[in-house]
Design a binder for this molecule. Structure first.
Ligand code: SF4
Ligand code: SF4
Length: 379
């Protein structure tokens, strides 16, 4: 297992975490063995958004003395009034469900403001007692960090700009990233992806990831496999279905992403996904697979590393990631970005053009390497 720092929380989380939602309403033995398998592989980040008492108790029992070995994302506002998952902003209801989590797990590492997708969600959280409740939980040590979950890049950007949150759980996969920001990702999931509207990496989504890096907001990823639809020949919007490893690699190569949390429900599924760490670069390479749809934004790097190897050893995707963050505000580049860049060697580019021939997205790599040396390295 590899571990990455989750933004300004400073916590080192496993690159693959575990979303436990598919263990809801499953027998205790299945919860225990699947969780054991995850921990055996070094998973230390769990997402528990499910509001049901039984599944929460099963997880607590399976963790037992290992509670301190994991970080838990617990969602504030996730309820199951009427036996259905629901989003609540009604404070007595919100408190009832969250305080049950605290009773079971003692504390919650990442207290997540649940499901902030619209202007209405934003107002109902940030202009009400909801946010003061979350801040009080943090002050009391009941939660260690305030995070939030979202599927909408515009609303997510607004939440980050409040300065209140330290991390974000966001839905990321290659297809969602290509859906124009005006469209709901859920419409595509519910009615199949409409390949004709996918048009290359959506600029608002790209900006969100860059903003997260600039402000040191760590991202954890949900829906990396598009609820399995990207893996299905029938539902994929691309010429061929993607593989699990391509989807995981795509999410992990977005700026600011620390962990991807697939929703495994058996030991076998968990073992299969952990095969990611021994997969070859060719097995993880998603560039050609996702280049089969229309691309209105050709020239933008998707950080896939398909252009490697570079004869002088430049890590082109990483340099370009920092350059893109630098472009956000060239006069005000965070020192941490300059420091990261200083460890790279884009100024060594010999302009051989090998990378530009291999890039399926028409990225002007040679120009980018020069721009990076000028903007980030002062050369
Ligand atoms: S330059 Fe092209 S091939 Fe290289 S990382 Fe960027 S998008 Fe991928
Ligand atoms: S053009 Fe520059 S960055 Fe691209 S492969 Fe050649 S040396 Fe590496």
């Amino acid at each position: 297992m590899n571990y990455r720092e989750l933004g300004k929380t400073g916590k080192k989380v496993s690159e693959i975490g575990f979303g436990l939602e598919h263990l809801d309403r499953k027998p205790y033995a299945q919860v225990e063995e699947t969780l054991n398998e995850a921990l055996r592989h070094g998973v230390n980040l769990l997402d528990i958004f499910m509001p049901g008492t039984e599944v929460r108790e099963n997880i607590q029992k399976a963790l037992s003395t290992r509670r301190k070995d994991v970080y838990i994302q617990g969602h504030i506002g996730s309820t199951d009034v009427g036996k259905q998952y629901d989003i609540s902003r009604d404070m007595p209801t919100v408190k009832k469900y969250f305080e049950e989590m605290l009773r079971l797990y003692g504390y919650i590492d990442f207290g997540m403001l649940f499901f902030i997708d619209s202007e209405e969600d934003y107002k109902n959280v940030f202009e009400t007692e909801f946010i003061t409740y979350a801040e009080r939980l943090k002050k009391n040590g009941d939660i260690h960090h305030i995070g939030f979950s979202s599927h909408n890049p515009v609303t997510a950007t607004k939440v980050i700009e409040t300065g209140t949150v330290e991390m974000m759980m966001f839905s990321i996969n290659p297809a969602f990233d290509m859906i124009p920001v005006e469209e709901s990702v859920f419409d595509h999931l519910d009615n199949n992806f409409k390949a004709d509207v996918l048009r290359g990496l959506d600029p608002k989504r790209a900006e969100l990831y860059k903003l997260c890096t600039q402000k040191n907001i760590g991202i954890t990823v949900m829906k990396a496999l598009g609820s399995g639809k990207l893996l299905s020949p029938e539902h994929t919007p691309y010429k061929k279905p993607l593989t699990t490893y391509q989807c995981v690699h795509y999410a992990l190569s977005r700026p600011a992403v620390a962990s991807v949390l697939p929703g495994c429900q058996t030991i076998e599924e968990m073992a299969q996904i952990m095969g990611y760490f021994s997969a070859s670069n060719a097995e993880k390479d998603y560039a050609e697979a996702i280049s089969t749809v229309r691309n209105d934004f050709a020239g933008n790097c998707v950080y896939c590393s398909h252009c490697q190897p570079c004869p002088v050893g430049i890590d082109i995707a990483t340099v370009t990631k920092y350059l893109d963050i630098g472009h956000l505000d060239e006069g005000n580049i965070p020192p941490s970005i300059r420091q990261h860049y200083a460890a790279l060697n884009s100024a060594d580019c010999i302009e051989c053009g090998h990378c530009e021939k291999r890039c399926p997205f028409g990225v002007p790599v040679i120009k980018n390497m020069k721009d990076a040396a000028r903007i980030l390295g002062g050369k």
